[in-house]
Design a protein around this ligand. Structure first.
Ligand SMILES: NC(=O)c1ccc[n+]([C@@H]2O[C@H](COP(=O)([O-])OP(=O)(O)OC[C@H]3O[C@@H](n4cnc5c(N)ncnc54)[C@H](O)[C@@H]3O)[C@@H](O)[C@H]2O)c1
Length: 336
């Protein structure tokens, strides 16, 4: 039995975590879920968006499956997602985007993986007002050699392990010459150590255009925090939307698995949320736990349901079903 911290989170979080844990149980994953609170709900119930018990459970068990957390826009508490990533030094945010069967998209053969630096960049969270009238705000972007080396090396190691051919490093070193310039310089150095992997670099605006014109040409992408955040939502759009792309936050001795999407307040409580994104995050977790065959068995059941039982799927991918008709169909296949 693996002990895994489960944070259902806000908005659609409860629906999709219930669906995903039922699928993992049906597949025989043998997980003991340690349920913990975080986010807006925790703030309303306990006055703290990141309760001590949740941090203690993360410190003890080191692996979490997390639903989305609402972050107030403008004023209010700081992002708990960012706080957790920084606290446990989860420096690699890995976000695969792959074309799926029977899902409408202009592209058929997208299979890319974004490695986003997860603890620094403009996401560092150091912002300040420069005058008392609050008419002038500034934000600090942080890029260090140490953190850049870690994320870029993990992207290259991933490419070698999974027989990927090319790394594209994305930057804005023509303008942000010191911060993303440093990231690019380190990428070029590290690329020398991996002669079997092709290496290229692209400026982020060009990258955004190339991704929507010819996404099939990309393989593994590595970039700084904010660029990775934006490009990975873009990548989700290339393969059918936010409901179907999972993600992993991995550090040297802790990991947290969560979907790319947020708490989707517009559809929360309606049974319309697609749990595939969180399920694919859970499959990354099974691979991390060295259970690739179990992950493959579940992925294959998902593909079968998308291909042969589209009616039970959620509306975002063209179905007429709900979170639970879809999860039930996958569970049934896994139990057969
Ligand atoms: N990792 C996280 O916890 C995380 C990530 C992004 C945003 N957020 C937070 O989530 C809240 C809402 O953010 P937002 O509205 O900008 O983005 P969002 O990702 O929640 O929603 C964007 C759009 O995608 C749809 N969508 C998202 N997930 C879906 C799913 N599983 N199935 C079907 N449709 C889905 C939503 O209905 C909405 O129309 C904000 O408070 C934001 O800070 C959290």
């Amino acid at each position: 039995m693996e002990n895994i911290v489960l944070i259902p989170g806000d908005g659609i979080g409860k629906e999709i975590t219930t669906a995903v844990t039922s699928i993992l149980d049906a597949a025989g994953a043998e997980i003991n879920w340690i349920e913990c609170k975080a986010g807006e709900m925790a703030y309303k119930e306990l006055g703290n968006p990141l309760p001590d018990e949740t941090v203690e459970a993360m410190e003890k068990y080191r692996i979490a499956l997390k639903g989305p957390l609402t972050t107030p826009v403008g004023a209010g508490f700081r992002s708990i997602n960012v706080a957790l990533r920084q606290k446990f030094d989860l420096y690699s945010n890995i976000r695969p985007a792959k074309s799926l069967p029977n899902i409408e998209s202009p592209f058929r053969a997208v299979d890319l993986v974004i490695f986003r630096e997860n603890t620094q960049g403009l996401y560092f969270g150091k912002e300040m007002w420069m005058d008392e009238e609050k008419t002038h705000a500034e934000s600090v972007a942080v890029v260090t050699r140490k953190a850049s080396e870690k994320i870029i090396t993990s992207a290259f190691d991933f490419a070698v392990k999974y027989h990927r051919k090319k790394i594209t490093l994305v930057h804005k070193a023509n303008i942000l010459k010191l911060t993303t310039g440093l990231f690019l310089e380190i990428g070029k150095e590290i690329a020398q150590k991996y002669p079997s992997i092709e290496f290229e670099d692209l400026i982020v605006d060009n990258m955004a255009m190339q991704m929507v014109m010819r996404p099939e040409r990309f393989d593994v992408i590595v970039t700084t925090n904010l660029f990775g955040d934006i490009l990975s939502d873009l990548a989700s759009g290339l393969v059918g939307g936010l409901g179907i792309t999972g993600a992993a936050n991995i550090g040297d001795d802790a990991a947290m698995f969560e979907a790319v999407h947020g708490s989707a307040p517009d559809i929360a409580g309606k049974g319309l949320a697609n749990p595939t994104a969180l399920l694919f995050s859970a499959l990354l977790m099974l691979e991390y736990l060295d259970k690739p065959r179990l992950a493959e068995k579940i992925r294959s059941a998902v593909y079968t349901v998308l291909q042969d039982h589209k009616d039970v799927c959620t509306p975002d991918v063209g179905g007429n079903g709900t979170t639970f008709t879809y999860a039930d169909a996958i569970c049934r296949l896994l139990r057969d």
